[in-house]
Design a protein. Sequence first.
Length: 480
Amino acid sequence: MDQPYHLLNHCQGNFTEFQRGVLWLSDNLTFDVDARVNLFECNIRVLGGLISAHILATDTKSRLDHGLYKNQLLNLAEDLGQRFLPAFDSPTGLPYAWINLKNGVMENETTETSTSGCGSLILEMGALSRLTGDSKYEAVALRALRKLWSMRSSLNLLGTTLDVVTGEWIECSSGIGAGVDSFYEYLIKAYILFGSDEYWDIFHSAYLAVQKYFRHGPWYHEADMRTGRATYWQLTSLQAFWPGLQILVGDIAAANSSHREFFHVWQRFGVLPERYLLDHDMLHPTERYYPLRPELAESTFYLYQATKDPWYMEVGESIINSLNSYAKVDGGFASIRDVMTMQQEDHQHSFFLSETCKYLYLLFDDSFLADKNYVFTTEGHLLPIRSSWHEKLPESYISNWTSIKNGNQGTHASAMSLQVCPAMFIGGNITPWVESACHVPDSRVDHRCITDDDCGIDSTTCRRRTCSMAGYCGLWLFIL
Ligand code: DMJ
């Protein structure tokens, strides 16, 4: 198949440009500005970018000339992290959504925030703590996450917006899209990055509740957190990240079926509309735009990694062709204001480069990831999985990890790169697994769920589910 490289420069390994960027930021970036910024956006875009670039600047690849890098990006990241701290100074420990970088929380600042806004800070703040040795960043983010989870309903559901002063929910309807999405993503990724069972336990309960109350076939609607009753039947462009998350838990069949639906919608409109009303079978009257979002490309990348099915490369090619046809302009790519007219607007979000382009690039050339163990933040920034950052290896992994290590099968690999399926290790002299295909801990020999409650979905799919052809079956880590 012809690979549509013309969208992207073939720039892997362009250390000169990396060095130029690092040094330019070192000389020119300051956060001592009287500017009100959104904590969540600044965290995922700026703090995450600085931390990830610092890690790349200091890994074994020697991407910068000797002696030039003296932790400038980490120092900037620490300065920014410090400026975030006043946001957490609320009666509940839940952070204010907006903060002035110079002056802290403004007088009369809004007390309303979103679930993703206060529940998706742990990767960047945790990494900052690990890199600086100062635990306070991780501590405030974790305290906020714990508080948020304590506000869940008896159904293990959360709302979309809340008040950081009263700790009360404002919007009790929620789904997997806007205002909530990265909350789920950061639980599973925090578990992968920091190895604490607490993240897995929360994620597991939250994931099962999503599958139980929001899922309708391959679609996800919204529901009221108190009753579990469906509220809004809408497809949103942000929801398209969910199949990628499902790959991390090994729910490949479910990921594949949802991803196909999102791609059908992409094909129908040429791009993904921001919101589509499923119950009226029409576009949302005011949310007809496509701001170059990455979520479908992201899921396509994960599904390809999991299955190696070339069909996903065709999906990627189709996405790239659409971007070139509808969004390419001199000097960049333009957001689409209306998917019916393909009218463009003069705006290119930073996530187009950090996510959309990155996932499309990696779909066709993943050599950068070979023998690496990274998680991607919600903004597509890379964080390495290191045993020194792990509180402890999850118990179910220890025996297998040791066995594999002793068997000289390599320690520099992740499930993604090795495409290892837990089922491959059942029997022999290796201890049987203690997880079902839905990753529900159990002790059954075939590790299949028997009841729907075990699965959170319908248990028949668990009993039928097998690992992908490539043998990859979700989260299975070999830690450096
Ligand atoms: C990105 O900024 C992040 O992925 C965020 O979590 C939600 N989606 C946007 C891009 O669509």
